[in-house]
Design a protein around this ligand. Structure first.
Ligand code: FE2
Ligand code: FE2
Length: 390
């Protein structure tokens, strides 16, 4: 083994280890797709930037052992991974799958097994050949183990493909296998987390009769507002789950007040107005619940500082709270309340334009959120109409 090759293989393996390390560090606070993970890992071993590596990689996964392989070809172009193909499916029983299934690792060079390079091409799936775009001279294939089995085939190393390249690729297979398993675990945990949040929100909704699907709709309005304000995708997703927590503090309001059919007197109103602070207390200090906490504490604050509980003003009110304020008011207008019949969309729009005895739009709402509301008001109507069975 030449010293140079050894050095390169070591360097690439170290890059993969660093990737695993960084991924593990981030895994609690970052959302991954399986594809993001392996594309990042593939970029570490493809040739380029003076690195010795393959020109193209085909990576494919199976839903289970013996199932069809589904995958894509990737190339490295100016340091960026680019997809070289649509999804390619390979039946594990077909001749093209021999190298995918036969051994843990296969190293192959055309002149070891064929008279001509043209003859060598007949071993490969036509779609894979098209995606690679040039004659295949060599390849290394290795299995990916873990929850989602699969295989990686790296094509066209400069010169000959060797066992050293096979070692790097095998490390890549192990790294990808573990990252995929981990990211599946994280996704499951995420699902459980969202389910728990929803269960908590439903518990509060049950305490307050007659709200029907209010919390589901508020999630949807808030997500639509945030997305149309051009806010980062991560914030949009987080707000679309957190908005439903706005009234979580009402669980601590006595039913005699919460469910009182008529208007509340001053003392009862004072108790009722504690629900944002109760909500903040219930949600605690977990960083994962930060948006939910901001929504709970700030969804009754007004832009001009006349809201409650802290009389926050303008941009001192957390953005998530300013957005949910608009979503919550729209839904309250459309719904039956002890003091009013449900409004039509046109009547609700009128309140957002001219105000009424409770709402002064220019004073109460963030102007940017209000402007976005008017831009997408038809979406609000659609959300209400499609989710108003409750
Ligand atoms: Fe509230
Ligand atoms: Fe509400």
């Amino acid at each position: 083994m030449s010293e140079e090759l050894c050095e390169m293989s070591l360097q690439q393996t170290q890059e993969l280890l660093r990737l695993t390390d960084v991924t593990l560090q981030n895994i609690c606070c970052k959302r991954f797709t399986t594809e993001e993970l392996y594309v990042e890992a593939l970029a570490k071993v493809l040739g380029g930037d003076g690195r010795r590596g393959p020109r193209s990689i085909f990576i494919a996964f199976q839903e289970a052992a013996d199932a069809i392989y589904r995958g894509r070809v990737f190339h490295l172009n100016k340091g960026e991974m680019v997809e070289g193909s649509e999804e390619i499916r390979i039946d594990p029983l077909s001749t093209y799958a021999v190298d995918l299934t036969e051994a843990e690792v296969v190293v192959s060079n055309w002149n070891d097994s064929c008279e001509t390079i043209e003859e060598y091409q007949t071993n490969f799936h036509p779609y894979v050949k098209t995606a690679i775009g040039t004659s295949i001279k060599n390849f290394v294939c290795c299995r990916i183990s873990g929850e989602r089995p699969g295989a990686i085939i790296a094509f066209n190393y400069p010169g000959r493909a060797t066992n050293y390249e096979a070692d790097v690729l095998r490390s890549l297979g192990v790294v990808i296998g573990s990252l995929v398993t981990l990211s599946n675990e994280v996704r499951e945990t995420e699902k459980a987390f969202i389910y728990t949040i929803e269960a908590l929100a439903r518990a509060c909704e049950a305490a307050e009769e007659g709200t029907g699907q209010h919390i589901v709709r508020v999630n949807r309005y808030a997500g639509a507002l945030a997305a149309n304000m051009g806010l980062p995708a991560e914030f949009v997703v987080s707000l679309s789950h957190a908005a439903q927590m706005h009234d979580v503090g009402k669980i601590k309001i006595p039913p005699t007040i919460l469910l009182k059919p008529g208007p509340l007197n001053a003392a009862e109103m004072e108790v009722m107005m504690r629900h944002p602070v109760y909500g903040e207390q219930i949600l605690g200090d977990s960083p994962r619940l930060q948006t939910a906490r901001e929504v709970a504490i700030a969804h009754h604050e007004n832009w001009d500082g006349t809201g409650y509980p802290y009389n926050l003003k303008g941009e001192n009110i957390p953005l998530a709270g300013r957005i949910v304020r608009v979503a919550d008011v729209y839904d309250a207008l459309r719904s039956t309340r002890s003091y009013k019949e449900p409004y039509s969309h046109a009547q609700a729009l009128q309140v957002f334009t001219e105000g009424d005895q409770r709402i002064r739009p220019a004073a109460h709402f963030d102007p940017a959120v209000l402007a976005t509301f008017f831009k997408i008001e038809h979406i609000f109507d659609k959300i209400y109409e499609s989710l108003s069975s409750g």
